[in-house]
Ligand binder design. Structure first.
Ligand code: HEM
Length: 461
């Protein structure tokens, strides 16, 4: 039976009744697509192949270091049951230029944005000119190799093994090091200090069962992230996913200043000043959704994700807030993100070292202005309809969801003209006087589009 990507039920990956095609799919799919792989320490290598034969040899040589999605899910289960540590994650993506270098036809890839490459999509995405990108990203990148684990040692050892596999004509054109940032409670945060990675599309039965909710349904069919791997031996059993990488530098000082300025402009005092940042992000720093609470929940309270914006025209969570622009969740089982199929699987990691405590209230001038940020990564079935749509049609569009909403204050790119109004008090109908939009504090430094092929394809090279 062919794998049903549009199945209306979450995938029971461990079921004894799983059909042969779905089993083969899981045995040949890379990990980190259906479920995030631990990548607290992450090494990201950008590779250029010198010639076709060496490129093929290098990729084939990586296979023994890689595991399947099924092996990963089994490892997660053993870890949860008995704290048995898993093996490192090695993931591979190949760019359009990479496939051409390998001598492959690319006509059968369905995604036109992938086929253009990120450099040629910069105008659509309001990105800086390529000449302003960091040097490695200005070059032709053929492949990305991701190596991740919970501790630095296995990452370093695996990275050395990958280096040893590099043929003479291939080279590493760039390298990034990601490392998880955590708040005082041990929750994963990004550099502005907010809990991140909480809201994800879930594909697997055990994940969905653990996240039951009544207002938001986190289940999404596999068709949101998987497409047949057109160059694999059996595309009906061998799947892959389109991966976007964008290095997003964060000017933390400027963002923190924008929070202070908004708090001043709204006349917020004392603990209420935290509302200003929450209005930009849509959650308080500890992840408390503004849709549900006007104050951060107490320590130890689980980070909630069971909400929609139905019945909130913006008096609780402003319609311009990052999480609301990026996922409007207007209703439980319909809504734009479902109708248009927009939700992607975000798998980014923070980069850059901090000596301050990103989650605390220390003043803006003690914060870094650069050198830190997010290695934004996400898996998509369609870069155009998911990542690009979110960035261009929602985040960068000051008139989404309604005229004059404003840019996404966190990731919106392009000229931020016009003003935005915020609720005067949380949950109250009265709106503030028009305020200047928060300045752009996230800068795109480079990136590329890749396809994460099936293991069957890599073995067969
Ligand atoms: C430096 C850049 C970024 C920062 C600091 C940032 C920060 C955050 C934070 C704090 C959250 C809340 C945690 C959660 O709900 O999981 C979030 C959620 C989210 N972000 Fe970002 N983000 C960044 C880039 C992006 C980009 C480039 C996109 C897509 C184009 C994006 C799309 C989303 C989506 C879809 C959600 C989940 C919203 C929901 O389902 O409620 N983010 N982000």
């Amino acid at each position: 039976m062919p794998v049903n990507l549009a199945n209306g039920k979450p995938l029971a990956w461990d079921s004894a009744n799983l059909d042969a095609d779905t089993k083969a799919m899981l045995d040949n799919l890379q990990p980190n697509i259906l479920q995030a792989h631990v990548r607290e320490h992450l090494s990201l290598l950008l590779v250029s192949f010198g010639d076709k034969a060496d490129g093929r040899r290098f990729l084939r040589g990586l296979v023994p270091l890689m595991k399947s999605a099924r092996k990963h899910l089994e490892e997660v289960r053993s870890f949860n049951r008995a704290r048995t540590p898993g093996t490192p994650y090695v993931g591979v993506g190949i760019s359009k230029a990479g496939y051409l270098k390998l001598g492959e036809p690319t006509v059968e890839f369905t995604d036109n944005s992938f086929k253009s490459g990120l450099k040629r999509r910069k105008d659509t995405l309001s990105d800086p000119p390529v000449s302003a990108w960091e040097a490695p990203y200005q070059q032709e990148i053929h492949a990305i190799v991701l190596i991740g684990d919970a501790t630095p040692e296995p990452v370093a050892a695996t990275r050395a093994r990958v280096h040893a596999l590099l043929p003479k004509t291939a080279k590493i054109v760039g390298e990034e090091t990601g490392s998880g940032l955590r708040d005082g409670q041990g929750r994963g945060i990004e550099h502005f200090g907010y809990v991140d990675g909480r809201s994800q599309p879930l594909f697997l039965a055990d994940q969905v069962a653990a996240e039951k909710g009544t207002n938001w349904n986190p289940f999404f069919p596999l068709s949101h992230v998987l497409v047949p791997d057109p160059l694999a031996p059996k595309p009906s059993r061998h799947f892959g996913s389109y991966l976007v990488l964008r290095k997003l530098e964060q000017n933390v000082r400027a963002f923190r200043q924008a929070e202070e300025d908004l708090a001043d402009a709204l006349g917020l005092k004392g603990a209420d000043r935290l509302l200003a940042g929450a209005m930009l992000v849509g959650r308080f720093r500890n992840g408390t959704p503004l849709r549900l609470h006007g104050k951060p929940s107490s320590d130890g309270f689980p980070v909630q994700n069971d909400f929609s914006y139905r019945d909130d025209a913006g008096s609780r969570c402003p319609v311009s807030a990052h999480i609301r622009k990026a996922n409007p969740r207007d209703s439980r089982d319909e809504g734009l993100e479902r109708l248009l199929g927009v939700m992607m699987a975000r798998r980014g990691q923070t980069y850059g070292v901090r000596t301050d405590r990103p989650w605390d209230d220390a003043p803006p001038q003690t914060r870094p202005t650069g050198g830190v940020g997010l290695l934004f990564m996400a898996f998509n079935a369609s870069l155009q309809q998911q990542f690009e749509f979110t960035q261009q049609s929602w985040a960068d569009n000051r008139d989404f969801p309604a005229e004059g909403t404003g840019h996404d204050p966190v990731i919106g790119q392009g000229k931020r003209a016009g003003t935005v109004r915020y609720p005067k008090a949380w949950g109250g109908a009265a709106l503030s006087a028009p305020q200047k939009q928060a300045p752009q504090t996230v800068t795109m430094k480079g990136g590329e589009y890749f396809f994460a092929p099936s293991l069957a394809y890599l073995k067969n090279l």
